[in-house]
Design a protein around this ligand. Structure first.
Ligand code: ATP
Ligand code: MG
Length: 143
């Protein structure tokens, strides 16, 4: 397990870049922690390292963004996904393969279907407005 204290958006971005250098095909990155914590910021911090040239933005309405890159990188927002039917229609199960990397915001909503080697990235708030404690665990002990 790895814990990092971020005190601004740029801290989160640089921590994310370091994190992303350890990712490989087949990884599922599941975010937890609530609204406005920095999940989308974190994914954008991973972009350069993963060779993503597309602009990273919140897939709130599209549910999934496809970024391509060195791997096939998919960015989900499960905020509105509350049933099996809606989960199936996101294509989640079709995107899981050894060449893909999945980032999943609001993974709380689908935690019963996450694979065993899922990498969990949890955010919690600290004392100051911009403080975030980011905890990474899972991924077969890489963190
Ligand atoms: N330490 C920090 N790390 C990341 N973002 C921060 C930090 N401090 C402040 N922020 C601000 O918090 C906001 C985080 O927004 P972001 O869209 O990444 O959150 P999110 O967790 O994806 O939210 P949502 O659940 O709505 O998708 C941004 O406005 C960012 O500037
Ligand atoms: Mg977001």
């Amino acid at each position: 397990m790895l814990t990092y204290n971020s005190s601004c958006e740029n801290d989160t971005r640089s921590f994310a870049a370091e994190f992303a250098s350890k990712l490989h095909g087949g990884d599922v990155v599941a975010f937890t922690g609530g609204m406005g914590m920095g999940k989308t910021v974190f994914v954008s911090g991973c972009a350069d390292v993963l060779g993503i040239e597309t602009h990273v933005s919140s897939p709130t309405f599209s549910i999934v963004n496809d970024y391509g890159g060195k791997f096939s990188v998919y960015h989900f927002d499960m905020y509105r996904v509350e049933s099996w039917d809606s989960l199936y229609s996101t294509g989640f199960f079709d995107y899981l393969n050894e060449n893909s990397i999945l980032f999943i915001e609001w993974s709380e909503n689908i935690d019963n279907v996450l694979p065993e080697n899922t990498i969990y990235v949890d955010f919690s708030r600290g004392e100051n407005e911009n403080d975030r404690t980011i905890t990474v665990h899972g991924g077969d002990g890489r963190w």
